[in-house]
Design a protein around this ligand. Structure first.
Ligand code: CTP
Ligand code: MG
Length: 355
């Protein structure tokens, strides 16, 4: 990759920052849509309780985080009394839920009983809001809280997330089902990059009180501890941000990082540690990948490694194989070239680049 950042001017970065802010405003979900989501949430809960009277409903993912683009699907998770989990398999829970959703007049009901995490997809008849409803482990609620905490530390994070999500959808590399990456993976990649760049701290390594060690809080076999009281991060002296780059500069640096700097062959992007770990050390090597495929078990691929912050044995980049890594990395390189091309200055190429 031969791109010459040194030619980029302060005016160009200013223009990129301005255009990024405008793009975020244009693609963000409206307050009217947010109200419709709340209405849909209540109707899903009411219907779910017809099948499971003790159900509680939780909102996670981008619409809970304020990261969603317009017309996003709402991610919802039902939790039940523990008896229900003994009485039904995950697929049966989803079937039972799907039937009551259909009977209640919900539209486009689809039961994905064979997915890794079985879900029911619906469109609320009154509001038109689409929801993915599952019975996920509590960890999705904790990782949503972790992402929320990061989003409250520095506004540049949220802006970068919008740009990267929009770009990934425009370039068709945001489809885990077809071997590319989930939005969640892209968000983790953004956090990892901002940690390396000194824009964000590593919340899972910050001790609750000075002099204490980082505790272990176990939920579903994972340590879900992180420093959540982000309002006191700076005042308590636990974190000082020294990075003063603009969003424009960070956009250019982000695409360059995943084009030319991130060590795809040996490295694992780790938000948990705020560093790049080694695939070898985690046992995330190709040998293991082939062995697991032959044995016919879950395909754990390690072409692109992004560690889940809590479920540390989970590679969130799992959907990517040799071919789709070529495609994904090719898109990073393309974006980086466009952003850094000398023609970018004052020619509107910045628009094209963020698209
Ligand atoms: N999630 C997860 N593990 C994954 C994928 C997703 O735990 N491998 C959980 C995370 O809590 C994430 C949520 O599911 O926040 C939603 O994931 P996803 O739909 O990929 O991200 P969104 O931010 O909701 O993006 P989009 O707007 O594209 O739906
Ligand atoms: Mg989602």
């Amino acid at each position: 990759l031969r791109v010459d950042e040194s030619k980029l001017t302060a005016e160009y970065f200013e223009q990129l920052s301005r255009e990024s802010a405008e793009l975020c405003c244009a693609i963000m979900l409206s307050s009217e849509e947010r109200v419709r989501q709340e209405v849909a949430f209540r109707s899903v809960l009411e219907v779910a309780r017809r099948a499971f009277p003790d159900a509680s409903l939780h909102h996670f993912g981008s619409t809970a985080l304020g990261f969603s683009l317009a017309n996003a699907d709402m991610d919802l998770s039902i939790s039940l009394g523990s008896n229900a989990y003994d009485a039904y398999t995950p697929a049966q829970l989803v079937e039972k839920l799907g039937v009551v959703m259909k009977n209640a007049g919900m539209r486009d009901v689809k039961m994905l009983t064979r997915a890794r995490v079985p879900i029911v997809k619906i469109r609320d008849a009154i509001t038109g809001i689409r929801c993915d409803i599952g019975f996920q482990s509590k960890l999705v609620l904790y990782n949503t809280r972790l992402l929320k905490a990061y989003s409250r530390i520095d506004r540049r994070f949220r802006e970068l997330v919008f740009i990267v999500k929009y770009w990934s959808k425009q370039r068709n590399i945001n489809e885990p089902y077809f071997g590319t990456l989930s939005s969640y993976c892209f968000v983790l990649m953004v956090i990892h990059f901002l940690q390396i760049r000194g824009v964000l701290p590593c919340l899972q390594q910050i001790e609750p009180q000075d002099g204490q060690t980082v505790p272990t809080i176990t939920i579903d076999e994972a340590n879900v501890y992180f420093f959540e009281d982000v309002d006191t991060l700076v005042s308590s002296g636990k974190w000082t941000c020294t990075n003063t780059e603009t969003v424009g500069e960070l956009v250019v640096a982000f695409f360059k990082y995943f084009s030319a700097e991130f060590p795809y062959v040996h490295g694992v992007a780790s938000v948990r540690t705020g560093s790049v770990l080694s695939k070898e050390d985690k046992g995330w090597t190709k040998d293991r990948q082939q062995e697991m495929n032959r044995s016919g078990t879950v395909k754990d691929r390690y072409w692109l490694c992004v560690e889940d912050p809590f479920e540390t044995t989970n590679n969130v980049g799992r959907p990517v194989d040799k071919e789709t890594l070529f495609e994904v990395r090719g898109e990073f390189i393309r974006a980086s070239k466009i952003l850094c091309s000398a023609g970018g200055v004052g020619t509107g190429a910045a628009d094209e680049a963020t698209l």
